[in-house]
Design a protein around this ligand. Structure first.
Ligand code: ATP
Length: 369
């Protein structure tokens, strides 16, 4: 079993100095044997540092990392039975593909040469790079180099894979192909994998579960759909989902949440959680904003809007709207079917249904509903 556990793991750079940085702050999470966990978050949130601590390339300031139940804090990177794949591929330029893939096995195992050869060829076939075995990295495209880097990790048959934005140097089309291929290979091999990305589409499509980090602090660990439908807080709600969730400030007035334009009922359990707090952010996903091309009679959650910009994204359109009574106000987004035609300047009615709203406590950012 190669489950990977982070137990209250903290990393402080320049500890005690005036430039001290808490890059990873008391992170606890478990990655199950064979699981594909995606670590996601904005630039500088501590993803790479977390991965580098697991790999042994960075020391742990506090806490414990365990692989298969065994603490590995003090184990050198070469002895951790973990293979890491970098964004930059990090292939040895003077070696052929075959040599790049064989090197680790020759160095760290006593596998006989003919077995190494067979293992390398088998892995090369799995990665579709058999024809490239005698080439040098400089004679390969970026996509081919990345396959070799992955092949080099796979051939070692490690207890865990760590991948740091491995697809970010590839063009969009190749990235999409490699995403599915990587998932297929990981599934086939069943190797515990931690995959770092700042791309939430990658996180949503690849992970069994995703772990969302912000400013070194773990915000939520859950399946992509859990993080999407029941975000733990406003940060996760805004980070997961493309386009982002729309947020509107409201104030509690008795049993309702209101602002100059809205009144939404406040669910009873939320009233209790809120206590005497008054400020609540109301969130709605762009695809939950309903849309009528013409105004008939307006219900309490229907709003007259003006179309600012229409952004076609294949089967759907992201429609940037402004409330008609606030022509200079901020826009919000509705995602509607691409079959529907609306244009900049059109007046439309947008409905924000009460059952679709998310609520966040402004004091903590925590989700209330
Ligand atoms: P990105 O997506 O941009 O790669 P990240 O989420 O991987 O970002 P890290 O590289 O882990 O973020 O960095 C986390 C924080 O730690 C940042 O504030 C960064 O500046 C800081 N940091 C990282 N490495 C060092 C270092 N060696 N010395 C000092 N500070 C560091």
């Amino acid at each position: 079993m190669a489950e990977l556990t982070l137990d209250s793991v903290t990393k402080v750079f320049n500890e005690g100095g005036s430039d001290e940085i808490v890059a990873v702050d008391d992170v606890t999470m478990g990655i199950e044997d064979g699981e594909f966990l995606v670590l996601v978050g904005p630039s500088g949130c501590g993803k790479s540092t977390t991965l580098r601590m697991i790999a042994g390339l960075e020391t742990v300031t506090d806490g414990e990392i365990r692989l298969g139940g065994r603490a590995i804090n003090d184990t050198g990177p070469a002895d951790r039975d973990i293979a890491m794949v970098f964004q930059s591929y990090a292939l040895y330029p003077h070696m052929t593909v075959r040599e790049n893939m064989s090197f680790g096995l020759e160095e760290s195992t006593d596998m006989p040469d003919d077995e190494i050869r067979a293992t390398v060829e088998e892995t090369a076939a799995m990665m579709g790079i058999e024809e490239l075995l005698d080439r040098k990295p400089s004679e390969l495209s970026g996509g081919q180099q990345q396959r070799v880097a992955l092949g080099r990790a796979i051939v070692r048959d490690p207890a865990a894979f760590l991948m740091d934005e491995p697809l970010s140097n590839l063009d969009a089309k190749l990235r999409a192909t490699m995403r599915t291929e990587l998932q297929r290979i990981q599934d086939e091999l069943g190797v515990t994998t931690v995959y770092v990305t700042h791309d939430q589409t990658e996180a949503m499509t690849m992970g069994d579960r995703i772990a969302v980090l912000d400013d070194g602090v773990l915000q939520q660990v859950g399946t992509p759909l859990e993080c999407y439908h029941t975000p733990a807080n406003r940060f996760v709600a805004g980070f997961i989902g493309e386009p982002s969730m729309n947020f509107f400030p409201t104030t509690r007035e008795g049993d309702a949440l209101s602002n100059e334009r809205f009144t939404y009922p406040l669910p009873e359990d939320v009233r209790e959680t809120l206590g005497d707090a008054t400020n609540v952010t109301l969130g709605v996903r762009p695809e939950d904003v309903e849309f009528a091309a013409e105004a008939e009679t307006l219900g309490p959650h229907d709003f007259e809007c003006v179309v600012d910009v229409v952004e076609p994204v294949g089967e759907s359109n992201n429609v940037y709207l402004r409330f008609a009574d606030a022509p200079d106000g901020e826009t919000f987004i509705a995602t509607i079917s691409g079959m529907r035609t609306v244009s900049s300047g059109d007046r439309v009615v947008a409905t924000i249904p009460p059952e679709a709203i998310h609520l966040f406590d402004d004091r903590t950012g925590e989700a209330l509903k």
